[in-house]
Write a protein that binds this ligand. Structure first.
Ligand code: NDP
Length: 329
């Protein structure tokens, strides 16, 4: 058995030296427990925050201990009558070949053509897109919506839900021409731009000359400032993440146009998906059929092998994923 441990805390962008792959004895399930062989695991931007020793909404990873996070695996041994060998389960003990724990920590899921969907479009990131758009930004029919980080796990679902729920126009930003092409030609965004090509402010102005009603923020920084400038009076923004700043050694200055929030009567509201788990059934009832019928598309970018999981995590900050970044074990 093998697991990935944190060996040191990074300053700025993490490096592979912050992690180590360690051989460990094969864990044995006790009474009420299961042993699971992991098949796919998630790397997510929030894990960067857990590499710092700061109090937040999830506790930090501990130096010298294995990391953890979302994973899907197959039960190989069971000492519980709730799960049987062969069952597919979603759980929180990624970053290792095999996981052991009480059966209640493992949720049985159905086999799918691509089980990585449970880590992305049908899982935590998908719910984040749904809650952010529907509950936090209070999307209405006819809205013009701007989504940053639009080709990622959360953004790609948020943008497509906006279209399905009757947004008049959905605009996305992403960091490569191929992603921009995917957003418009595969996912049905009305417009998209590469934020590396020119200032966000001018590109957003061209894509939405009359302004936007809703902004779904995955990026922060220059994107947030541009969106505040583009929001119409009474516009709403769901502040989901600020990945442009996760590796900054000192906090970046805030948007320079904050004073616009008052005269424009804007609502900018942050949220954390784990506060909204009760919305999971509503989200699944709406999005699962849309995925099955092809009205919502999702993609996963696979990195092969547990040993490459640290590089997959760092790849998020280099924009190497289209859709969900997933490690296949
Ligand atoms: P993504 O799949 O979107 O992966 C991260 C993407 O961010 C990369 O592919 C890259 O795409 C983009 N990116 C990286 N660095 C920068 C940068 N400096 N400027 C602009 N874009 C950058 O990740 P997720 O969908 O999982 O997460 C998206 C956001 O949502 C993150 O901010 C995350 O922290 C947040 N989040 C918040 C949750 C909550 O409860 N509030 C829950 C889940 C996620 P590109 O090529 O376009 O640069």
């Amino acid at each position: 058995n093998r697991e990935i441990r944190l060996v040191s805390r990074p300053t700025g962008m993490p490096t592979l030296d912050n992690f180590e792959l360690v051989e460990t004895p094969m864990p044995q399930p006790g009474p009420g427990q299961v042993l699971v062989r992991n098949l796919v695991m998630s790397v997510d931007p929030y894990m960067r925050g857990r590499m710092n020793d700061v109090k937040s909404y999830v506790p930090p990873f501990q130096v010298g201990q294995a990391l953890d996070g979302g994973a899907v695996g197959e039960v190989v041994q069971s000492q519980s009558d709730q799960l049987s060998p062969g069952d597919l389960v979603l759980h929180g003990l990624g970053w290792r070949d095999h996981a052991v724990g009480d059966a209640k920590g493992f949720r049985k899921v159905e086999a799918l053509p691509d089980i990585s969907a449970y880590l992305g479009a049908l899982g935590m990131p998908g719910l984040t897109g749904y809650v952010g758009l529907v509950d936090i930004a209070e999307l209405r029919e006819g809205d013009t919506v701007f989504v940053s980080g639009a080709a990622g796990a959360v953004g790609s679902i948020a943008g497509q839900i906006a279209k399905l729920r009757g947004a008049a126009r959905v605009i996305g930003s992403a960091g490569t021409a191929a992603k921009v092409d995917w957003l418009v030609n595969e996912l049905g965004f009305d417009a998209a731009f590469n934020y590396r090509d020119a200032p966000v402010r001018s590109q957003l102005k061209s894509a939405a000359p009359e302004g936007i009603d809703v902004y779904f923020d995955n990026v922060g920084g220059e994107h947030l400032e541009a969106a505040i400038g583009a929001l119409k009076p009474f516009g709403r923004a769901a502040l989901c993440g600020a990945i442009a700043d996760y590796n900054s050694e000192t906090p970046s200055p805030g948007p320079r146009n904050m004073t616009l929030i008052v005269p424009k009567r804007l609502s900018l509201r942050g949220f954390i998906v784990t506060d909204h788990s009760r919305r999971m059934p509503d989200f699944l009832a709406e999005v699962a059929p849309a995925i099955a019928s092809g009205h919502i598309k999702f993609a996963s970018t696979f990195v092969e092998g547990l040993a490459n999981a640290p590089d997959a995590l760092l790849g998020l900050f280099r924009g190497e994923n289209t859709g969900k970044m997933v490690v296949r074990l």
